[in-house]
Design a binder for this molecule. Sequence first.
Ligand code: DX5
Ligand code: ZN
Length: 227
Amino acid sequence: MSQATNSVKISASILASDFGYLAAAVESAEQAGVDRIHVDVMDGHFVPNISIGTPVVASLRKVTTLPLETHLMIEDPIRYLELFRTAGSDSVLVHVESESNLESTIQTAKELELGVGVVINPATPVDAVATVIDQVDQILVMTVDPGFGGQSLIPETISKVGLLRELIDTAGVQCELSVDGGITAETAPEACAAGANVLVAGSAIFRSSAGVAPAVAALLAADPKLG
Ligand code: DX5
Ligand code: ZN
């Protein structure tokens, strides 16, 4: 059972929004009470898809005061940290599987006064990040293979959330534990029960037929503190 004490936070992934109306999507998410905006950057190498980069972050910076967290699904993320900082990112999420040296990347992000989180793919064991939980603001468990929105959560990833919750609580560090991919009102309770305290969601927010505000409320209902 989770020992997480913080209530659940929502990070809205704009990948699922209509980019022709991006400002409106972000505004609706902000009004619905999300905690941050999640920006998925893909380079066509680290993942097989290409998405967006610094110009979009710069435009988003002008339309929201919410924290902008930038999920770098790119090779050699260390090369781009300063560019994203300049564009307006508040924090970066870097993959342990990418080419850059992890410790150097974390250090560089801190020097740039960026928040920093480390991401692990579904196939990567938790050992890969165990040594950095005291150095980062966030560990993000990919609950789908990165590269595309709208996929179904891979159930086997939830046990990694539980293992990381134990590691974080045992170490007594203030490290958020996030999940990203296939997070819906149906899957969020399981992720939260395992110990996640940040839910990244795209399709469940921006493609909800009920609308953005009810969709965010449905995700927040997964908070074990409400149960
Ligand atoms: C996937 C991205 C996710 C994605 C989640 O590679 O990292 O942030 O936008 O999308 P949904 O919530 O639709 O699974
Ligand atoms: Zn993401």
